[in-house]
Design a binder for this molecule. Sequence first.
Ligand SMILES: [Zn+2]
Length: 308
Amino acid sequence: MFRVVVLGAAAGGGVPQWNCGCRVCLTARSDPELRRTQASIAVSADGDHWFLINASPDLRQQLIATPQLHPGHGKLRHSPISGVILTNGEIDAVAGLLSMREGSPFTIYAHEKVLAILKANSIFDVLSANNVRRQPIELDKAFEPALPDGAPSGIEILPFAVPGKSAWYLEGRAHPAGNDGAGDTLGLRIRDKESEKYFYFLAACAGVTDDLKSRLAGAPLVLFDGTVWRDDELIAAGLGSKTGQGMGHIAMSGDFGAIAALAGLDIGQKMFLHVNNSNPALLPASPERKLAEQAGWQIPADGTEITL
Ligand SMILES: [Zn+2]
């Protein structure tokens, strides 16, 4: 049976963020229900073998909290994780790989641009090539990640380019893969080959194009970038100098925001992922949350298993 578990729903820094005293972070320190770890999901076609979509800095905590991802009963060394699919090279998508360095075999699937970042940072060599294969994936070319014994997983993943930016730590620097071309930010369509159930994962997206709208129309589930409620939110709250757009993220609200852009597309379930702690929609009683919910959006709690 096709299974999808939200490991974390927050943007970089999580909720609460270590050095933040904003309204949401203050509330989250006393209210565990508000807390979120950094965005990642796990998917499985058989319930025994799982693939992570991104490896967040909170991965260790997420694995402890998720029984499906614990070592098999009676096995001395084992993990049900067969692979990790990376959608970008941001710290909140790749740093968790460093928590998977204890010798269990798995495969990293990523675009050449992201693989080039891993290759250029020797700290990732802690994942030895003997155990951890790095498999390039291509835009608009569906692939089926493999189980550790090479058998097909039953999951088909179609990566496609979405508007976005390369990792912020590369701003103003030469990209290790060169500065040209798409591949820094991927959306994924993830499909169970047996049941043909599918959903979309777009935890980073700077804008909704007509092409993206037609792709997402009629989808049973879309997990979408919910970083900020409004584009100038960090500036208005005195938390930073960057806009959502400046960080490669569309806002939830506004005429060109995600809620408006994805309205009327007959999407079954709409959930925001990668929600920043500055975003007032995280507060369950906020007017922003009410507006999002009225438009059919949810912000899942960590650990939520989504039924398709
Ligand atoms: Zn905060």
